[in-house]
Ligand binder design. Structure first.
Ligand SMILES: *Cc1c(COP(=O)(O)O)cnc(C)c1O
Length: 415
């Protein structure tokens, strides 16, 4: 099944009871059972079924199954947000005294979470790139996982998934990949060797910004039986399902970070048009980046496919000619960046990416407000930088809008 077909039919055939083309919103907290024996079986994983929506729900399960198929994993768990997904993944495998290695270009919320982990005795060491040298320097007896984003947001650095996975595995560690900005349409992380995939489905998967959510997909590829993962000891008997079994039966249900059935329904709707939208996001972003690159008053345009990007070759190859829907601009000063944002007609000033509409934000004063100067620099966040999540509008309207805003800024603010 090719991707466009898989988005509609993969692990999905509508609602069997009624023939409805979509799975209904089972807006129910709990599910009744014919006997005490029956619900006992469900609690012991001896029979498939539903008991309580914090643990699982039919509408949510349908969304999870579709994601599992698309990602080529063995199971998925949908969560209340992308941050909940990241939290649950690490809580599932870590204990006090453990360490994580993360690329420094990751999302601001994730940086904040890693800071919170310090209080629990979990330390994160940051690397700029996943290279043998960086790993050798930072991996020690406490290291439990390596984390990266496929396309760093907003640095727009591209992780070579296959090469990184090979390196990380050579140290006996799992590769946890946040694929939110690329999505399965640009690259299948599991196929390239990542062990756990995280998506903030609030973004491109949902597509129209109507629900916050996340989803974790297990590739079933990592062997968690080693002593360094004591939290998974009781689940090793599930073999390649150990991670997901522990997540579903313990970490996820106890954190209480379940996805609401309504939001799962919206995500399933969004999923069906994901590739169509991604194609337009990517083509618009490339056209807009090329257009802006030549204009006066812009210090730098970043987009993975631009020749000026140090990642262009890697991006072209890994994403089969696509570059994602996000670009960044530097306008020399913070004042110019603010004036530019305020002058745009179509682009909404908002902290989000992946909407059908074009979105802009000044990351330094918003998403990275809790980060220090050094952290910001390493994450590619500068005072004059604007992040643009390019929407699916007509490209001529976007070019016209961005050029009128730039003209206004150039006429009124020096640099
Ligand atoms: C938005 C985002 C998150 C967090 O997801 P939420 O759904 O907002 O909690 C994590 N990683 C990346 C790359 C993101 O863009």
């Amino acid at each position: 099944m090719k991707l466009d077909t898989a988005l509609l039919h993969g692990n999905f055939s509508g609602d069997k009871t009624t023939g409805a083309t979509l799975v209904p919103i089972y807006q129910s907290s709990a599910f009744g059972h014919p006997s005490a024996e029956h619900i006992e079986k469900i609690f012991h994983n001896k029979e498939a079924g539903f008991a309580y929506t914090r643990i699982s729900n039919p509408t949510v399960a349908s969304f999870e199954n579709r994601i599992t198929f698309l990602e080529g994993g063995i199971g998925s768990v949908a969560t209340a947000s992308g941050m909940a997904a990241i939290t649950a993944v690490f809580m599932n495998i870590l204990s006090a005294g453990d360490e994580i290695i993360s690329k420094s270009s990751v999302f601001g919320g994730t940086l904040d979470l890693f800071k919170d982990f310090e209080r629990l005795g979990i330390r994160t060491r940051f690397v700029d790139e996943i290279t043998r040298e960086e790993l050798e320097e930072n991996i020690n007896g406490h290291t439990r996982a390596v984390f990266a984003e496929t396309i760093g947001n907003p640095k727009l650095d591209v992780t070579d998934i296959k090469r990184s996975a090979e390196l990380i595995h050579s140290f006996g560690l799992p590769f946890i990949l946040d694929n939110t900005t690329a999505t399965v349409c640009l690259v299948k992380g599991i196929e390239k060797g990542a062990d756990i995939i995280i998506n903030s489905s609030s973004k491109y998967i949902n597509g129209s910004s109507n629900s916050i959510s996340g989803v974790i997909t297990d590739g079933g590829s990592f062997d968690w039986s080693e002593e360094k993962y004591p939290s998974l000891k009781d689940y090793v008997r599930f073999g390649k399902f150990a991670f997901t079994a522990k997540l579903r039966n313990d970490t996820f249900r106890n954190l209480g970070c379940c996805l609401s059935p309504m939001n799962a329904y919206f995500n399933s709707l969004g999923l069906e048009t994901l590739n169509l939208r991604m194609e337009r996001h990517c083509s618009n972003a490339l056209l807009l980046a090329e257009f802006l690159e030549g204009l006066e008053g812009i210090r730098e345009v970043s987009y993975p496919l631009l020749k000026s990007s140090p990642y262009s070759e890697k991006a072209k190859k890994q994403f089969k000619g696509k570059g994602g829907g996000i670009l960044t601009l530097r306008l020399y000063t913070r004042e110019r960046a603010f004036a530019f944002i305020n002058r745009l007609k179509y682009a909404v000033n908002i902290t989000n990416v992946g909407d059908t509409k074009t979105l802009v934000i000044h990351p330094s004063s918003t998403i990275y407000v809790h980060s220090g100067d050094n952290e910001k620099r390493k994450a590619g966040v500068y005072e004059d930088l604007i992040r643009v999540s390019v929407g699916i509008e007509d490209i001529e309207d976007l070019k016209e809008d961005f050029s009128q805003a730039l003209g206004f800024v150039n006429a009124n603010y020096t640099y």
